[in-house]
Design a protein around this ligand. Structure first.
Ligand code: NAD
Ligand code: ZN
Length: 394
């Protein structure tokens, strides 16, 4: 494991004089091991190194991918870590070589970077970046290097972001600068869930006007996919979830039909086929369950149906009969909604401001960082869409 170098550099007058260049001691929720509650600890956050930015995190959402790492993936090597990847904050200080950010800027940490120089960044067909943790440490879900220590141990930065901490440090290729008047306790959701589901519909599926869509799973990701289908002009959006409490929000965001798979004895793909005279044009899996991924594919129309895997898992293989694809369906996956992160997130913030996308509808709970385990429990039991944690209350 690499230990953080406590690099210091001369203070410039534009830096936050009180803390710039120094180690900051602050509160963070540490996941010491899989399958156990997070512990609020005092951690040390090193100053930003070359090309890095230290951010005071103001607000963060809790996403199912945090729960996946803690309870489902359980990659031992990915601990101890500070979870959280759906945050927004304010630049506290910047390291040498950072020219596009200054203390006081409002920012969103990005779990996929956009370096601008790699083969992926230069290709308009993908939002991957060679310098993202996703390219090198996929199984461990964290950055190889970390700026955090606690009780003498290096604490990993989950998804490179670690927003369940009052301060975090990221390379500037993984930070989006957003407008000064952005509401941080809303736009934090653009750091993951909403951009992911919305982009999966508009960028990856490329939902067309008048089409018939089905969205499986109505957490924030699935509800954002519903919103994407609606904004793309779908004529019918079938919302599928085993928890009927989710249907009201889905209706508010544009769903027209509602299906609870538990209420049907036949396969859900047959139910959808009957409802649509042969299958939907686009389906989006927003659960993270390989059986549901198969159902979503099977629910598509032969000839042209497109099914997008959005839910996150690498715990099991998926399977389907080859005839599904031979018959002309397309099966695709989507990471962060296909958005090139640094370019797109500031624009999505403006889309929220103009009313093109809704974020308020997704926020069902607000809590202080100390209650993070309650927020996790709420998501586990399906009792929330998004809980916003106040990380550094003003
Ligand atoms: P969530 O837990 O809030 O929502 C999941 C929903 O799926 C719940 O409403 C649940 O009732 C429903 N569900 C469970 N089993 C179902 C079934 N068999 N059929 C239909 N619905 C079912 O989660 P979320 O935060 O919205 O995240 C959804 C998924 O997206 C997770 O797997 C998460 O890890 C993944 N994710 C992927 C990316 C990406 O870039 N691809 C990014 C963020 C999140
Ligand atoms: Zn997420």
């Amino acid at each position: 494991m690499v230990s953080p170098k406590l690099y210091t550099y001369p203070l410039s007058t534009s830096q936050n004089m009180a803390t710039a260049g120094k180690v900051i001691k602050c509160r963070a929720a540490v996941a010491w091991k899989p399958n156990a509650p997070l512990v609020i600890e005092e951690i040390e956050v090193a100053p930003p190194q070359e090309n890095e930015i230290r951010i005071k995190v103001i607000a963060t959402g809790v996403c199912h991918t945090d729960l996946y790492h803690l309870f489902e993936g359980k990659h031992e090597e990915g601990f101890p870590a500070v979870l959280g990847h759906e945050g927004a904050g304010i630049v506290e200080s910047v390291g040498p070589g950072v020219t596009d950010f200054k203390p006081g800027d409002k920012v969103i940490p990005l779990f996929i970077s956009q370096c601008g120089d790699c083969v992926f960044c230069k290709c308009p067909k993908t939002n991957l970046c060679e310098r993202s943790w996703t390219s090198v440490r996929y199984g461990i879900m964290s950055e190889a290097d970390s700026r955090f220590t606690c009780r003498g141990k290096v604490i990993l930065q989950f998804m490179g972001t670690s927003t369940f901490s009052e301060y975090t440090v990221l390379n500037q290729i993984a930070v989006a600068k957003i407008s000064d008047d952005a509401r941080l306790d809303r736009v934090c959701l653009l750091g993951c869930g909403i951009s992911t589901g919305y982009g999966a519909a508009i960028n990856t599926a490329q939902v067309t006007p008048g089409s018939v869509c089905a969205v499986f799973g109505l957490g924030a990701v699935g509800l954002a996919a519903v919103m994407g289908c609606r904004n793309a002009g779908a004529s019918r959006i079938i919302a599928v979830d085993i928890n009927e409490d989710k249907f009201a929000k889905a209706r508010a965001l544009g769903a027209t039909d509602f299906v609870n798979p538990k209420k049907h004895s036949k396969p859900i793909s047959d139910v959808l086929s009957d409802m649509t005279n042969g299958g939907v044009d686009f389906s989006l899996e927003c659960v993270g369950n390989v059986a549901v991924m198969r159902s979503a594919l099977e629910s598509c129309a032969k000839g042209w149906g497109v099914s997008v895997v959005v839910g996150w898992t690498d715990m099991a293989d998926f399977s389907a009969r080859p005839i599904q694809l031979i018959a002309g369906k397309t099966w695709k996956g989507s990471l962060f909604g296909g958005f090139k992160s640094k370019d797109s997130v500031p624009k999505l913030v403006l889309d929220y401001k103009s009313g093109k996308i809704n974020l308020d509808e997704f926020v069902t709970h607000n809590m202080p960082l100390e209650k993070v385990n309650d927020a996790i429990e709420l998501m586990k039991t399906g009792g929330c869409i998004r809980t916003i944690l106040d990380v550094s209350p003003k």
